[in-house]
Write a protein that binds this ligand. Structure first.
Ligand SMILES: [Fe+2]
Ligand SMILES: [Fe+2]
Length: 144
């Protein structure tokens, strides 16, 4: 089960105060940012298993969980996030780096997940998988 792997590699992130606070912020539809990020981590694991891709599971999971770590309610207007779609990946990377020791794969996952809106393409297969999973989850969350 994917959720067991997530807890194995990222219990500290799941249980952290900021991640728990993300349960109160809505991402799409009525899905919170917390649940959106867990959904993206689960789907990322499923895709890599299905395609038999050799990935760094720990980085895949931790990057997926932190990919939207911008820590504000983007539905409310605010000076810091006028261009949320364009800027939140960078904000998430900054917040996540302040709190966690991130490797280059995890940083790339967070920074590039908004490709192609943010034009620099993902560099690692883990980043590509999370970027695709993010879009699939967003569509499901909006239309379900
Ligand atoms: Fe995002
Ligand atoms: Fe996302």
């Amino acid at each position: 089960m994917e959720i067991n792997q997530i807890l194995f590699y990222a219990k500290d992130i799941i249980e952290s105060e900021n991640m728990q606070r993300n349960k109160e912020f809505i991402q799409h539809g009525d899905v919170s940012i917390y649940h959106h990020c867990v959904n993206v981590a689960i789907l990322s694991l499923k895709i890599s298993n299905k395609l038999h891709l050799k990935v760094n599971k720990k980085s895949l999971i931790r990057g997926a969980l932190l990919h939207d770590y911008f820590l504000y309610d983007w539905h409310k207007s605010g000076k810091t996030h006028k261009m949320h779609g364009f800027t939140h990946a960078k904000t998430a990377l900054k917040n996540a780096s302040d709190e966690y020791e991130l490797n280059k794969v995890e940083k790339d996952i967070i920074k590039k997940h908004m490709f192609p809106l943010n034009i620099t393409p993902p560099r690692y297969k883990e980043s590509i998988i999370v970027s695709i999973s993010d879009k699939i989850c967003a569509i499901k969350e909006i239309f379900d």
